[in-house]
Write a protein that binds this ligand. Structure first.
Ligand SMILES: Cc1ncc(COP(=O)(O)O)c(C=O)c1O
Length: 440
């Protein structure tokens, strides 16, 4: 039986948490005790906060959040607080936007591999369908015009009306940022088709390497499309769950250039508001520019260190990754370890990695990846000790696994010569029974 202690023991399952810089936030709280204790300039604001329930949100918080979003984008673009809709995380922001833009029976196109939660957030209550834009390893999973065209055609074949494209930039699970040329292709596509573009930029503050992050808002600005009809069909989703590592605070937002969407989404946000207490605390924290700029750069530095550590460990274990520059995870290529090129084999390998190696990774199939054998490994908050242990276990596993494959292959050849009357299943099952217990 595995224990799930984060102080890993030799037999424990290694689970990675998406938070690297808690102590920076904790030290800010220690130095700024007033906001967390409902006080302003020595006076209590408890009653004011307890009664505040306006779905437009606290103006000071919206201002601070808009400025923080601009800061993350190197102040190359600015955000208007009035165009922001506050939501309980990006989960709520994405669903609310879909309610605003599409009806039951409509479709949203999403590049694969994508965040598994989209199936729940975009489809369950709205009745909207997701049609995958199949991206492939042959071009590092980049979005192409032909992949977009194919997805659009597939939606039409299924009698679905395409209302938009949703991209995650930086990508979960790839850990890569969209290139300017991909963004250009997307803008052109939505412009020609007259549809919407949702850009989920929840990981925008996690970019730790070049090329830097380019927001779709920056592309609109550079192409002088601000205020245009196209710009009114571009919507950004944001959240503090990843960039500040606060998923439990439930802080998200929609930024839309269409006043009708802002107005409708604001009313719908009643179903998932951010508490006034959280807004008050975070308006103080985000307004501290010295703190935020130090936090962003320190967090990115730490992410880079963690990323490099994982890459080196995987390389040492003979495993490659998609080259990435952002996010909290790596997209790991284990195709060579599959028994066959199928999702059954991927699931088999995933189970082995979970139960025998004790590593909690996500299989590509859960992200709708078209090619079996890719896995997502989260590297945030992984100590050197944890990583070494994880890589040691993985290396031993791969060594034993490959050795077994070889023994199995040789034995199969010998057995075929010996007993062609038995089916492959008889041989495989009897062989497995003789397997030694995996070391854990
Ligand atoms: C791409 C993406 N969008 C949205 C979410 C949901 O975020 P939140 O916790 O803000 O609801 C996640 C969470 O992992 C995500 O990866």
């Amino acid at each position: 039986m595995h224990d799930f202690d984060s102080n890993i023991k030799l037999t424990g399952v290694i689970i990675f948490f998406p938070q690297l810089s808690f102590e920076l936030l904790e030290s800010w709280l220690a130095n700024n005790p007033e906001p967390a204790s409902f006080r302003r300039n020595g006076k209590s604001v408890f009653r004011e906060l307890a009664l505040f329930q306006d779905y437009h949100g606290l103006p000071a918080f919206k201002r601070a959040l808009a400025d923080f979003m601009a800061q993350i984008r190197g102040n190359k673009v600015s955000f208007e607080p009035d165009n922001l809709v506050l939501t309980a995380g990006a989960t709520s922001a994405n669903e609310t936007l879909i309610f605003c833009l599409a009806e039951k029976g409509d479709a949203i196109l999403i590049p694969t591999p994508y965040y598994p939660g989209f199936d729940r957030d975009l489809k369950w209550r709205t009745g909207v369908e997701i049609v995958p834009i199949h991206c492939k390893s042959s071009n590092n999973f980049q979005i192409t015009k032909s992949a977009l065209d194919e997805a659009y055609l597939e939606a039409q074949t299924r009698n679905l009306r395409v209302k938009g494209v949703l991209v995650t930039n930086p990508s979960n699970p790839l850990g890569t940022t969209l290139t300017r040329s991909e963004l250009d292709v997307l803008i052109k596509f939505i412009s020609v088709k007259g549809i919407h573009l949702i850009s989920d930029e929840i990981y925008s503050g996690t970019v730790f390497d070049s090329p830097g992050f380019v927001s779709v808002m920056e592309v609109l600005k550079n192409r002088k499309l601000e205020g245009s009809d196209i710009a009114s069909r571009v919507h950004v989703v944001y959240s503090l769950s990843k960039d500040l590592g606060l998923p439990g605070f439930r802080v998200g937002a929609i930024y839309s250039n269409d006043n009708r969407v802002v107005s409708a989404a604001t009313k719908m946000s009643s179903f998932g508001l951010i508490s006034s207490q959280t807004q008050y605390l975070l308006s103080n924290l985000l307004s501290d520019k010295k703190f935020t700029s130090n936090y962003i750069s320190e967090n990115q530095k730490r992410l880079r260190r963690q990323h490099d550590m994982l890459m080196a460990g995987l390389e040492n274990a003979g495993i490659g990754c998609l080259k990435s520059n952002a996010g909290l995870f790596c997209w790991v290529d284990m195709r060579h370890l599959l028994a066959s090129k199928t999702f059954e084999a991927e699931m088999d390998l995933w189970k082995k990695i979970l139960f025998q190696v004790g590593l909690n990774v996500s299989p590509g199939a859960s992200c709708h990846c078209l090619e079996p054998g890719w896995f997502r490994i989260c590297f945030a908050n992984m100590s050197r000790e944890t990583l070494d242990l994880a890589m040691d276990r993985l290396k031993t596993f791969i060594y034993t696994y490959n050795a077994k494959k070889l023994v199995y292959r040789n034995a199969t050849v010998r057995s075929r010569a010996r007993s062609s009357s038995l089916s492959k299943w008889v041989f495989r099952l009897s062989f497995d029974e003789r397997e030694p217990e995996e070391s854990r």
